[in-house]
Design a protein around this ligand. Structure first.
Ligand code: ADP
Length: 606
């Protein structure tokens, strides 16, 4: 396909820490041109409200104290966000807001961005924020799409973009199979470095897209698709700048001279790492991560299942196979609509009516694909030398074929550009770029996820699927569920694709998500991760024993961050300074993200 001349080249890894590896440049250009073909909004809306000034400080004072920050960190490393709120795409994304905004574009916006060069800079930034009570929002790569991108929760926060200057792979240990990274190391970068050093005996684990940071993704408890797919569970050791400016190292890192920081995660005493993931208790500046031994061979496989009702019996088959590691990786069971959407064409190519795309059209389209007609597609991977794989694959085959009409798709029949081959790479720890193509389903395609956790059981899969189906039908949204099977649980990931320039579609998506969260909570399901605008609601569902967990989190927050400067409201944890002032975004309120001021203190009288 021809690439329009107007599309500039995607920055490469050699040019930029957030760039694309050369091996994927061609793919990136094609993806970019497909995305821009579906775009109808090219101009960023003009800034309606001027620079977003954080509450609790006057505009004049804010500009004045920003100069202090410039003085501390260096003029060129502090940027005022007085520019348009530009869109972009996955590889060239803004760091001041969420380009996939579900609220009004002006809501979750940074006032400025600061780029620390080292840990001391991070400490200085934190010190400055404490002096002037300025909210900070740390990002590593800022590609947390579907969950808020780079946007801060509190409007006017200063974004601390750690990735731009702190992006070193500090060590890769070829004997222990571990690495130690700074915030700006992407999966792409880590993978390319292993290749460059000739470390073929070690694999990384990557999410669907490789442009996120190894550190940020693990902190938000993201997943990948090799046996090391639970990123948080395979990290070992953090270095953290606390909201008051002290630096600590967790686990064995607390023992000066230790050489087991990356191999023994616990150290001595309470295991403190947990409080730094999905929280606002510290800025992580280093993280250790285990690397997987090359299993000596791998083989992807794919099965299709004909009917919607196959979901429940299939889950019963998957559970024992997964727990006993016959199914070895974080595997995916996807609805076939995703197979259509991931080809990167807009929905309008298939259906231009209102409401969800009709079943008949989906099945007609599926018939034209190499997979043939089906409802569910299972993507899996078997690891090890051929004779070991054969044993496991034979068991899987025998079990999966118990579903009437189940079919194994022979990979040798699939064309080179079939999505299966992207899953094949990802499950072998080779970061790719294919997955983002389903975002083109809508013009100005954006996505936001509903991500509940459930047991791997037929009854649970059915309940969640039914509630998602009901709420999608009510909202007139296409349902694209993917069940990601962990070891003893599964993450259901339902990505809603919406046009971010269409207010009514944004509202419908928001309503649909909020209803699903409430419905799921009533049935005992909670989300493993969520978008910034849904954090208060999701945190509110984890309310056992009179909100005991949130009260504990608030106590920690107030002790660790007495001035409430670090990512206020992230994961629903509000510091004392903000509490009781209506900062939460709740069900049905829509619209605004800001509360009514912050607790006054002496600084405001200046
Ligand atoms: P990615 O690197 O995958 O693009 P982000 O940088 O968007 O991820 O970060 C994901 C989430 O984790 C954000 O909400 C962010 O606030 C938090 N986060 C990212 N990096 C850090 C860090 N170094 N310290 C503390 N929190 C972080």
């Amino acid at each position: 396909m021809s690439i329009p001349n107007t599309l500039s080249q995607t920055p490469t890894l050699s040019e930029k820490h957030s760039g694309i590896p050369e091996r994927l440049l061609d793919k990136a250009q094609k993806a970019k041109s497909l995305i821009y073909e579906t775009r109808t909004q090219f101009e960023a809306p003009s800034r309606q409200r001027g620079v977003a000034i954080p509450q609790g400080i006057s505009k004049v004072k804010f500009f004045e104290v920003l100069n202090e920050l410039r003085y501390e960190i260096g003029e060129e490393w502090v940027e005022l966000n007085d520019k348009e709120l530009k869109g972009g795409w996955y590889m060239e994304h803004p760091n001041t807001h969420d380009m996939m905004n579900i609220l009004d574009a002006e809501e979750l916006v940074a006032s400025a961005v600061v780029y620390p060069g080292d840990v001391e800079d991070v400490q200085k930034i934190v010190g400055w924020a404490n002096t002037w009570r300025i909210p900070l929002f740390p990002i590593s790569m800022g590609r947390n799409f579907g969950y808020g991108g780079a946007a801060p929760r509190v409007r006017g926060s200063v974004t601390v973009d750690l990735g731009k200057r702190m992006n070193k792979i500090l060590s890769i240990d070829p004997d222990d199979y571990t690495c130690l990274v700074e915030p700006g190391v992407s999966y792409y970068a880590l993978y390319e470095e292993l290749k460059k050093r000739g470390y073929d005996h070690m694999w990384i684990d990557t999410p669907d897209l490789g442009g996120g940071s190894v550190l940020g993704n693990a902190l938000d408890r993201g997943v990948g698709y090799t046996p090391y797919g639970d990123h948080w569970s395979v990290h070992s050791g953090l270095e953290v700048v606390l909201p008051t400016g002290e630096v600590l190292r967790t686990g064995m890192g607390a023992l000066p001279g230790s050489n087991t920081w990356q191999t023994f995660p616990y150290g001595f005493g309470p295991y403190s790492d947990g409080i730094f993931s999905q929280s606002n208790f510290g800025i992580v500046t280093k993280m250790g991560m285990a690397l997987m031994p090359n299993p000596g061979g791998y083989e992807s496989f794919m099965y299709t299942f004909p009917k919607e009702e196959d979901l429940a019996p299939l889950m019963e088959i998957i559970r024992p196979l997964r727990i006993s590691n016959i199914l070895e990786n974080v595997a995916q069971l996807r609805h076939c609509l995703q197979t259509i959407a991931v080809r990167g064409q807009p929905r309008s190519k298939y259906f231009s009516g209102r409401g969800p795309i009709p079943e008949e059209i989906i099945h007609e389209e599926m018939k034209k694909t190499p997979l043939g007609d089906c409802t569910w597609v299972y993507y899996g991977m078997s690891y090890g030398p051929p004779h070991i794989r054969k044993y496991k694959l034979d068991v899987v085959h025998q079990e999966f074929l118990k579903i009437p009409g189940a079919r194994r798709i022979d990979p040798s029949t699939l064309p080179a550009d079939e999505y299966f081959w992207s899953r094949d790479k990802i499950a072998a720890g080779i970061p790719d770029l294919e997955e983002l193509l389903w975002v083109n389903w809508m013009p100005n395609g954006s996505h936001i996820a509903f991500s509940p956790i459930a047991p791997i059981r037929g009854i649970d899969a059915t309940k969640l699927y039914s509630l998602a189906r009901k709420r999608h039908d009510e909202a007139g949204i296409d349902l694209m569920p993917a069940f990601c099977v962990g070891l003893r649980e599964m993450h259901l990931i339902v990505e809603i694709v919406f046009d971010s320039s269409d207010i009514s579609m944004r509202r419908k998506a928001d309503r649909c998500l909020r209803d699903m969260i409430d419905d799921a909570a009533k049935l005992g399901y909670g989300e493993y991760r969520t978008h910034l605008v849904l954090m208060d609601q999701v945190a509110g569902t984890y309310n056992w024993n009179g909100n005991a967990l949130m009260r504990f989190n608030e106590r920690l927050k107030d002790a660790l961050d007495p001035n409430g400067i670090l990512a206020p409201g992230r994961c629903g944890i509000w510091p004392e300074r903000y509490r009781g002032r209506g900062w939460e975004i709740g069900t049905g309120e829509g619209g605004g993200s800001e509360g009514d001021g912050v607790k006054p203190d002496w600084k405001e009288r200046l």
